[in-house]
Design a protein around this ligand. Structure first.
Ligand code: FAD
Length: 326
């Protein structure tokens, strides 16, 4: 059976940064298992082309403490930066390897991925993020309109959607609305509250500009009760009695912790959040978490920093254990 010192699950910003920090600390071999065919699947899939990647996200400034860092740039530039880290540190990332089981055997972990990959390691870091499970609205989304409903922004948006509804009140809702408006769609943005309070100033200014230009219509204090198929579209039934038909609806409601995955690995989850200590080690000795999984309000810089802390913790607690191997 293949053996490694550390197995990292997920090659997003957090997973890549863990591998970078571990390599820089002289720990080898470190194997990263990624379920998609490329690094940073969340960014590829949910960031629209040309999206500005904010170093200060959701108004929270995070000072970098580790090796990985970035300045505000475009999606494409950010992905290039990550490719550069992978090249510079010669990271061993295995693609198309979705991890489906993490077993503890005596003093080691056995990580099962893809069809028949099994790797043993004394330490495992789970960095799978929260966007494998984008949040859904509470009501049922009928299957007849599935091709008109999007959970989260999508990088690829069909050109023929001319009248669209975006639901949400955060940065990704604002960015999605602006992106769709710039592609020529007539955009409606529905938000439950009377005012936006989570959107950063740049996105708010961009949003307001398009509202002034008549490209985006704000629907503040509106809430949807349900959606249903309509001829040539999807009908949104609002709680105030209004009914409107759209070509497509984009829900930008964030993501949530993959509780089942964590629980199956033995990790204690309190409420919706996994229990971790100051180095993001869980109640399972040797099993660490990094990135969005450990934050209430995650961001790329926070993910990078969590990776630095995790590797500090590994060095402090498990160096001897790593030397012995499995
Ligand atoms: C639309 C949108 C806009 C955003 N804009 C910004 C911004 O401007 N600035 C900013 O700082 N943050 C932004 N964020 C947040 C940022 O993307 C996240 O905080 C960051 O990606 C978290 O990194 P992560 O590595 O923890 O998780 P992710 O980036 O989600 O990476 C997780 C990786 O794990 C892989 N994976 C999942 N399950 C498995 C499995 N079972 N086995 C193997 N691999 C698996 C996934 O394919 C993925 O590659 C935005 C998020 C969204 C959705």
């Amino acid at each position: 059976m293949e053996k490694a010192k550390i197995v990292v699950v997920g090659a997003g910003p957090a997973g890549i940064a863990v591998a970078v920090e571990a390599k820089a600390a002289g720990i080898e071999p470190v194997v990263v298992l990624e379920r998609s065919d490329k690094p940073c699947e969340t960014i590829h899939k949910f960031y629209h082309p040309g999206k500005r990647v904010d170093a200060v996200y959701r108004k929270v400034k995070v000072e970098p403490i580790g090796i990985c860092r970035f300045d505000t740039c475009s999606k494409e530039e950010f992905l290039e930066l990550m490719e550069q880290y992978i090249k510079d540190y010669q990271l061993d990332i295995r693609y198309n390897q979705e991890v489906h089981k993490i077993e503890k055997t005596n003093d080691c972990f056995r990580i099962h991925a893809g069809k028949d990959t099994v790797i043993e390691a004394p330490v495992v870091v789970v960095a799978i993020g929260i966007f494998g499970r984008p949040n859904r609205p509470r009501y049922v989304l009928p299957k007849e309109v599935r091709d008109r409903i999007f959970l989260g922004t999508q990088a690829e948006i069909p050109e023929h959607f001319k009248k669209v509804l975006v639901v949400g009140g955060g940065d990704s809702a604002a960015e999605t609305a602006c992106y769709l408006a710039d592609k020529g769609a007539q955009v409606f943005l529905s938000y439950r509250r009377p005012k936006f309070f989570r959107i950063n100033e740049t996105n708010l200014a961009e949003l307001e500009k398009r509202v002034q230009e008549g490209k985006i219509t704000l629907m503040m204090e509106t809430d949807i009760e349900g959606v249903e198929p309509a001829p040539e579209g999807v009908k949104a039934n609002f709680k105030d009695g209004r009914q409107m038909v759209f070509d497509a609806i984009f829900y930008c409601l964030g993501g949530s912790t993959p509780e089942n995955f964590l629980r199956a690995a033995g990790v204690e989850v309190e409420g919706k959040r996994p229990k971790v200590d100051e180095y993001y080690e869980t109640n399972v000795p040797g099993l660490f978490l990094a990135g969005d999984l450990v934050f209430e309000k995650g961001s790329i810089m926070a993910a990078f920093n969590s990776a630095h802390k995790v590797v500090e913790g590994i060095k402090m607690r498990y160096l001897e254990r790593l030397e012995r191997g499995c």
